[in-house]
Design a protein around this ligand. Structure first.
Ligand SMILES: Cc1cc2nc3c(=O)[nH]c(=O)nc-3n(C[C@H](O)[C@H](O)[C@H](O)COP(=O)(O)O)c2cc1C
Length: 322
């Protein structure tokens, strides 16, 4: 499908999942879309990735839960959500009627919780794909984040992919030494693709109060400050895993940022924190992407994916570090 009023074809395929354009919302930055629908037509987006839902409702962490940092934002929301049952009955039906693919994000504390979530969502109409947020502590392994271990990654993704028929994307944390081995474990376990990256663990201190800026002490860093980390992770995983679809996430705001992620190897790009400052950042990036392609004589995105020349092989995770 061409972008409205232009000759440019923005469609992308992430395995069997076809999107009208590569720009999607990042989980947790868009709730289930209703608030954003006041600002623009959701059908202009490639897809909506919803806030991670858990088996039981979660109230989240105590305030303050957000802090601004240089070129970024720290958050410790704590996966506040109504629980999967309420989400399916109350929030999802509205979104399913909006002519935009829904990628449902799930999060759990144990492999069994992920499996139960997959079972609960298996036959729910209107879910185009699952994003499995494995950047969460595994309570059965001393709270070590699932996506910090190839074994735990493999276990969760196998559990989910053996239950659902829709494409599954594993959302990884950048807080690891070698992200390519984690991504490979997810793909070997049946993931259709990889979402890169979740927030980086960070901390800020209120020096007058001598206290952490967030009540939880630490939180996830997002926004422009993390874009180079995300682009690096996408580049490394694309080099290592070739055709595996990648959703690039982290600090994107403009069409130019989207092009950068695609040149690094992403098939689609999610925009999160930027929507807090500009609720229309996502549709603006869609329009800007069509303009960018036209200006550069490109009729589609086909020639851009992974088009960055040279750079590291992506296999040595520390290359270039001094
Ligand atoms: C307030 C907030 C809530 C988030 N909640 C989730 C979540 O529920 N699940 C998830 O996988 N990622 C969550 N994320 C991470 C984003 O989806 C994204 O990976 C990260 O913020 C980097 O992208 P950005 O810089 O464009 O925001 C959250 C981020 C923010 C800022």
């Amino acid at each position: 499908m061409n972008a409205p009023g232009s000759d440019v074809d923005l469609t992308v395929a992430l395995g069997p999942l076809r999107l009208r354009n590569p720009i999607v919302t990042a989980s947790g930055c868009f709730a289930s879309g209703k608030e954003m629908a006041r600002f623009f037509d959701l059908s202009s987006l490639g897809a909506v990735v919803t806030k991670s839902v858990t088996l039981e409702p979660r109230a989240g962490l105590p305030p303050p839960r957000m802090a601004e940092t240089a070129s970024g934002m720290l958050n410790a929301i704590g996966l506040q959500n109504p629980g999967v049952d309420v989400w399916v009955e109350r929030d999802l039906p509205w979104l399913v009627g909006r002519d935009v693919p829904v990628i449902a994000s799930i999060a759990g504390r144990t492999t069994d919780e992920y499996a139960l979530l997959a079972k609960r969502l298996r036959d729910v109409p209107g879910i185009a794909a699952l994003e499995v947020n494995i950047s969460c502590p595994n309570v059965e392994d001393r709270g070590i984040v699932f996506a910090c271990r190839t074994g735990a990654t493999s276990e969760v993704i196998t559990a989910v992919t053996s239950i659902v028929d829709v494409p599954v994307f594993a959302k990884l944390t950048p807080d690891v030494t070698d992200i390519t081995s984690i991504a490979a474990a997810a793909v070997d376990a049946g993931a259709t693709g990889i979402s890169l990256i979740n927030t980086l663990l960070g901390m800020a201190i209120d020096i007058e109060a001598r206290r952490p800026a967030l009540a939880a002490g630490t939180g996830g860093l997002s926004g422009p400050a993390i874009k180079p980390v995300a682009v690096r992770a996408v580049h490394q995983v694309h080099r290592a895993l070739g055709d595996t679809p990648i959703i690039g996430v982290g600090g994107a705001r403009t069409a130019e940022d989207v092009v950068e992620f695609i040149m690094a190897g992403a098939s689609a790009v999610a925009i999160g924190t930027a929507t807090f400052a500009d609720p229309c950042a996502v549709p603006r990036a869609v329009d800007g992407l069509a303009d960018w392609l036209e200006r550069h004589g490109e009729r589609s995105l086909a020639g851009l994916r992974g088009a960055v020349t040279a750079g590291s092989s992506g296999t040595a995770s520390q290359r270039g570090r001094t």
